[in-house]
Every structure is written in structure tokens, then in C-alpha cells.
Design a binder for this molecule. Structure first.
Ligand SMILES: *[C@@H]1O[C@H](CO)[C@@H](O)[C@H](O)[C@H]1NC(C)=O
Ligand SMILES: *[C@@H]1O[C@H](CO)[C@@H](O)[C@H](O)[C@H]1NC(C)=O
Ligand SMILES: *[C@@H]1O[C@H](CO)[C@@H](O)[C@H](O)[C@H]1NC(C)=O
Ligand SMILES: *[C@@H]1O[C@H](CO)[C@@H](O)[C@H](O)[C@H]1NC(C)=O
Ligand SMILES: *[C@@H]1O[C@H](CO)[C@@H](O)[C@H](O)[C@H]1NC(C)=O
Length: 639
């Protein structure tokens, strides 16, 4: 502590000479260069000093001749926020671009580790914010992201900022739970008008309802809404606990059972402590300031609590069923229902007690890696908005998924059903998903998947998809969510498809979260079909060959590359070779002709017209014909 303090003093003494305004000036001019409408910044000219006393440049907060803050509010700015330039402004501690016209995903402002205040309110920022985005911004005191179009979960890393006193996220489309705040020192917080759900954490119970209004799924005392749903959970857990106790053969007095139950319930509610690791970092070296923290971070997932009296009520409820002889796998609502026990079988209690690590927070919910004693690790997906089917139909559907057997299909192992949330359990695959393997986590250059590996992945995906189309032919769109984040890689980059068949489970108003519902099929024709999966396959193929993140995944036109449009124009002009990821064209085994062949298949799969688009069978046949090499390998020996 004292050392850190001294060090900071040291830095303070060193800083001024290092940050004299030549570089500030250059950096600011560069920043301005990337804005598309910078008429409000006419005072930013090379011939003057930014922080001069008489006429400082507009929008600067200066201290002793050093730029400490940028206050670019309501200036009609748009274009790109060039973070490289901002990084050069060493004294920068606060950044505001409130009420401008910036669009797209959140810029990598987390490279500005020393920022104390970040104001992005009143723009058109969209997309998800990665869960760990704020991890290295420990100095932040004020974060304003309100009145934008952010989606996805509130990044849990926000909950871990030690000095955060103002948090404004209102009027976005954040979904999921409110993270537990580890250091709640808030002076103001506003989460209203989002799509949050679950109970308001106790750490925020100090605030009034108008900090949370406009989130239909939220409950808690503040809002005067009883969190009744979780009570069912309690009841189920009670049943479960009781069953476990009963099985051990000991007769326990009701009091002890109550005590155990209470303990168990408390355990369950408190235990999911998760360690985050940046998956990619495990495979890659550091790539900038945001990656320097390799250490695991703990996060507590807030699970709604329930009242004791209700526990008691349910206890008597369950004891009246004492004689009914519930056995494992009996299918009661209480249990984790195993649908595939090839990887062993386990109970909800074991699962809930095990150490969990957050892998990600997607549109549909959180995803954890859970390691139980004596068991292989599993992935648990907590999925909200999955009430399209009632309990029995859900059971039937997931059991059907559990019966799938194919080398390229990740079959679910178990599920747990509650009305407001489902848990789906899958085998854990250590190589993570194709998305990360291709692009890394921060749009950094991807890691090495060579051409043979990429071809093998495409072929595996196509085989798995074809199989799903046979087995799940009754669904509108058998996979429905094929994209690189749902292709998991096993040992030796063997691909597995996951998250298929959700179109039958997800609430009808949430299907748009599935990729097949973002294709032209729905946007232009209002209809999904099995061929929507083929379109998704085509996008994945183009993504794999170009190494570019497809803008199709987000559909907001702001991030990534429109790979479909690119492929169309490239083929029209016979420039398709330019599309190929240099990483594969330069590799020893490269066969340009074969890569272009596969690229062409990608184009045929992404035809806007459903009639012109390939059938899955045809696509599979063509993809299987593509060879790694053509003719004898070239001799490119070095030295
Ligand atoms: C450009 O900036 C000016 C000055 O702030 C503003 O009045 C104008 O509306 C902006 N134009 C656009 C297209 O945003
Ligand atoms: C941004 O715009 C809103 C609505 O027009 C206004 O109420 C608010 O004061 C503005 N904030 C800033 C910092 O300019
Ligand atoms: C929260 O509660 C504490 C005392 O429990 C009080 O000092 C503080 O002012 C409260 N904050 C708000 C915003 O009500
Ligand atoms: C939160 O934001 C909403 C919407 O802008 C507003 O109506 C409400 O008064 C705000 N609440 C607080 C506590 O600032
Ligand atoms: C919440 O539940 C308690 C008892 O369980 C009850 O007294 C109270 O009236 C309920 N509140 C609402 C708003 O339903």
C-alpha cells in the first residue's frame, strides 16, 4: 500500500516533463482526424498549444499545461474514436463524448487504464460490452453509458471497480442479472429502462425505485415486487436436498433437516464464485495493456434469495410427499435431469457446490465452466427467455437433443428446469470456440489455424449440420444459431456444434437473438427455414477463410466486415484471392485453387435468394470434395 503510494508520487514527479504538450498536440490532432464531423474543433490547429492560457483548444480540461480531460459534449461528432491517439495523452483522466453521434461497439477505451471518468452517454453505441472490459480500469469513479444501444449483460467487471461512485446505464438494452457489486460506494446509480431481470442485489437496496424502473424482469423490495419465482427454486432444492439426505439412509429429525436445508439453500445462493480468465490469453502472449492481468478474478453471481417462511412452507409440502419414493432421475422438477450420461452422472447439489468460472455472458445468458470433484469439467449455460415450451415438452425436446450422437455434435448432458431460467449442461472443451481462435477476444490478430485445420473445421461443421438437419427435421430451422462462437474446438481442432435447436425453446420474442433470425431470410422474407442454417454456414465459411469478423453477426452495420457483400463483389471482379486470410495463403500447404473453391461454396451458401442457395446436402458434398493440397507440395524450404 505505502509502496504503491510512493510509486505514484514518483510518477507524479516524473510526469510533467514527459508529457509536455508536443505529443498532446499531435495526439489530439490525430484524434480529430478520425472524426467525420469535427467542425466544432476548429480551434484544434497545429500552430497553437492545446493548453495555452489565453485561448486553450475547445473541449480540453487542462492542468498545469497538461491535458487532463476531454470534454467533447454535444459537438455533433461522429466517426471513429482513435484510441491509439488517446493513449498518447498521458495525463488524460477523464473522457466525455456525451451527446454526439458515435456508433458501433464500444471502442477499446479500456486501454486507458488510468481513466477516472468515462462518459459515453447519448450516442448510438451498440453491441455487447465484453464481461471483463473494465477489469484493468481500476481507477474509474464515474461510468456513464446511458442512452445508447448497448445489449447483452452488464459486464461483471463493472461490479469489481473499487472506486466506482457513479454508474449510469439507463436507456440501453442491457439484459441478464445485475452483477454483485463488491465495493458499493455509489453516490448515484441508474439502471432503468433496460431489460434486466432477477432480484436487485442487497448492496443496492439503498436506492430508490427510479434507479431500476423500466426493467420488467426485476424484482425486490425496492420495487415492491416479491421475488416469488426463486421460491420454487428453493422448494426444488429442498426436495433435492431431502432426497440426498434420505438416500444416505440416516433418519434425521425435522429440525436438523430444516437446518440442513437452510444451510444448503444458503450455500447454493452464495457459492457460485467464479474466476474469469481471458480464454484467449491462455494461448497468446500479452497484446497490450488490457491483457496484462492474467490473474483470476472472483465474481459472485447473484441468485435471488428466498424467505425462510417460504422455505418452511415448502418443506412441509415436500415432506407430505415423503412416501412417494423419488429416485434419481425420476424427472421431478427438483432435479438436474440427465439426458446423456456418457460422461458420468451428477446431481444439482454437486453442480451448485462446485467451483465455477464465467466463460461468457451472451445474449441468452451466462455460461460457466464448472469443475466438480472427481468429474470432468462441464459447461453450464444459464438461459433466460426459454419458455416457448412447457415443462413436459421441454423435457421431451432436450431429451431428443441428448440422444444425438455425431462426432461433430456437442450433445447436452443434463438440464435443470425452472420457469424463469434453464440450466443446460454440456461437456467442456478446452480449446474454446472458433470465434476466439480466429479473432482473439479484442479484434487482435488471430492465432495460428492453418489451412488444413480450417478446411477440417469447415468439413466438420458441414457434417454436423447435415446430421442435425436429418435428426431435427421437425424444427423450423434445425440449428438456428450457427456462428463461430457456437463452434467449439476439441483436441486437434476437431469442431463440435453447440447451441442448436434453440428455436424451439426460446421465447418467440427472443428468437431474434439467434443468428438464423438475422439472415436475409427473416429480414427480407420474414421466414426462417432449414436453408437459413445454410446461410449461416456460408457466413462461417467466409469468416474462416478471410479471418474477418462478419458484420452479419451483429447486423448493426458498424462492426466487422460484410463478408457476404465482399465475396459477391470479389467474385464479380475475379479478385477473390484477395479475400483469403494471408495467414493461410502464406502457409506451406497452401493451395490457392482449393481455397478459392471453398470460398465459392461460401458464396453459394449465402445467396440472398433462398432458391439459389445450396441445399445442405449439396453444400456438404461440395465441401467434402475440397482437398487440402493440389498436386505435389511446393518446395519452399528456407535456407
Ligand atoms: C456537425 O457539427 C456541427 C457543429 O457541432 C453540428 O451543428 C452539425 O449538426 C453536425 N453535423 C452532423 C451531420 O452531425
Ligand atoms: C445531453 O442531451 C440531453 C437531452 O438533449 C440533455 O438533457 C443533457 O443535458 C445533455 N447533456 C450534456 C452533458 O450535454
Ligand atoms: C445508504 O445508506 C447509508 C446508511 O446505511 C446512508 O448513509 C446513505 O446516505 C444511503 N445512501 C443513499 C443514496 O440513500
Ligand atoms: C434514471 O433514469 C431515468 C430515465 O432517464 C429517469 O427517469 C430517472 O429519474 C433516473 N433516476 C435516477 C435516480 O437518476
Ligand atoms: C410479499 O410477500 C409477503 C409475505 O411473503 C407479503 O406479506 C407481501 O404482501 C408481499 N408483497 C407483495 C407486493 O406482493
Amino acid at each position: 500500500m505505502a509502496e504503491g503510494w510512493l510509486f505514484k508520487l514518483f510518477l507524479l514527479m516524473l510526469l510533467p516533463p514527459l508529457t509536455f504538450s508536443v505529443s498532446d498536440s499531435e495526439a489530439l490532432l490525430r484524434l480529430k482526424k478520425f472524426f467525420t464531423n469535427s467542425s466544432a474543433l476548429n480551434s484544434w490547429v497545429p500552430s497553437s498549444v492545446p493548453c495555452n492560457k489565453q485561448t486553450p483548444w475547445g473541449g480540453l480540461l487542462c492542468h498545469n499545461g497538461v491535458v487532463q480531460g476531454l470534454r467533447l459534449e454535444g459537438m455533433g461528432l461522429s466517426g471513429r474514436i482513435d484510441v491509439d491517439a488517446l493513449v498518447e495523452i498521458k495525463g488524460l483522466r477523464s473522457l466525455s463524448v456525451i451527446n454526439n453521434s458515435f456508433q458501433g461497439i464500444i471502442p477499446q477505451l479500456n486501454r486507458l487504464g488510468a481513466l477516472k471518468a468515462l462518459f459515453l452517454s447519448g450516442n448510438q453505441f451498440s453491441g455487447e460490452i465484453p464481461p471483463h472490459f473494465f477489469t484493468n480500469m481500476k481507477s474509474l469513479k464515474k461510468v456513464w453509458l446511458s442512452h445508447n444501444k448497448f445489449i447483452g449483460g452488464i459486464p461483471f467487471s463493472l461490479g469489481q471497480l473499487p472506486h466506482l461512485i457513479e454508474l449510469h446505464l439507463e436507456n440501453n438494452q442491457f439484459s441478464g442479472y445485475i452483477p454483485a457489486f463488491d465495493h458499493p460506494n455509489f453516490k448515484s446509480i441508474n439502471l432503468s429502462n433496460n431489460r434486466l431481470g432477477g432480484e436487485i442485489p442487497i448492496s443496492l437496496s439503498n436506492f430508490s425505485a427510479n434507479s431500476f424502473a423500466g426493467n420488467p424482469g426485476l424484482c425486490g423490495k425496492i420495487l415492491g415486487i416479491n421475488c416469488t419465482k426463486p421460491v420454487q427454486n428453493t422448494a426444488k432444492l429442498v426436495t433435492n436436498q431431502k432426497r440426498v439426505v434420505g438416500k444416505s439412509g440416516k433418519k434425521l429429525s425435522p429440525k436438523i433437516i430444516v437446518a440442513l436445508i437452510t444451510l444448503g439453500v444458503m450455500l447454493v445462493f452464495v457459492i457460485i464464485l467464479a474466476a474469469i480468465r481471458w480464454m484467449k490469453k491462455k494461448k497468446k502472449g500479452p497484446n497490450g495493456p488490457t491483457t496484462s492481468s492474467e490473474g483470476a478474478i472472483e465474481v459472485q453471481v447473484s441468485v435471488p434469495t428466498a424467505k425462510e417462511e417460504e422455505v418452511n412452507r415448502k418443506r412441509s409440502g415436500s415432506s407430505s410427499r415423503k412416501g412417494s419414493g423419488h429416485v434419481k432421475g425420476g424427472g421431478g422438477a427438483a432435479e438436474l435431469v440427465m439426458v446423456n450420461d456418457e460422461k458420468g452422472s451428477f446431481g444439482l447439489t454437486e453442480l451448485m457446490k462446485a467451483a465455477a468460472e464465467v466463460l461468457g455472458n451472451g445474449e441468452l445468458g451466462f455460461c460457466y465452466k464448472v469443475t466438480m470433484a472427481n468429474e470432468a469439467p462441464v459447461v453450464v449455460k444459464r438461459i433466460r427467455d426459454m419458455n416457448a415450451l412447457g415443462k413436459d415438452e421441454f423435457d421431451k425436446q432436450v431429451k431428443q437433443f441428448g440422444n444425438l450422437r455425431h462426432p461433430n455434435i456437442l450433445t447436452p448432458l443434463a438440464y435443470h428446469y425452472r420457469r424463469e431460467e434453464k440450466l443446460l449442461v454440456y461437456q467442456y472443451l478446452p480449446n474454446g470456440c472458433l470465434l476466439y481462435q480466429l479473432h482473439g477476444e479484442h479484434d487482435t490478430p488471430h492465432v495460428g489455424l492453418d489451412w488444413p485445420a480450417r478446411l477440417k473445421i469447415v468439413q466438420g461443421i458441414a457434417k454436423g449440420l447435415d446430421y442435425l438437419h436429418m435428426e431435427l427435421a421437425s424444427l423450423d430451422v434445425p440449428h438456428g444459431n450457427l456462428k463461430s462462437s457456437n463452434v467449439l474446438l476439441g483436441p486437434d481442432n476437431h469442431p463440435f456444434l453447440s447451441d442448436y435447436g434453440f428455436c424451439s425453446l426460446v421465447n418467440t420474442d427472443r428468437v431474434e437473438a439467434l443468428f438464423a433470425y438475422k439472415t436475409p431470410d427473416v429480414i427480407q422474407h420474414g421466414n426462417v427455414s432449414p436453408k437459413s442454417d445454410v446461410y449461416c454456414l456460408g457466413v462461417v465459411i467466409l469468416e474462416i477463410l478471410t479471418g474477418r469478423f462478419p458484420s452479419q453477426y451483429l447486423n448493426d452495420g458498424n462492426r466487422g466486415t460484410d463478408v457476404v457483400q465482399w465475396a459477391e463483389s470479389a467474385f464479380a471482379e475475379s479478385r477473390q484471392a484477395e479475400m483469403l486470410d494471408p495467414e493461410i495463403t502464406s502457409s506451406q500447404n497452401s493451395s490457392l485453387a482449393n481455397m478459392e473453391k471453398l470460398l465459392h461454396i461460401g458464396l453459394l451458401c449465402t445467396q440472398t435468394s433462398v432458391e439459389n442457395r445450396l441445399e445442405i446436402k449439396e453444400a456438404l458434398r461440395m465441401i467434402e470434395e475440397v482437398q487440402v493440397e493440389e498436386g505435389p507440395p511446393l518446395d519452399i524450404s528456407i535456407e
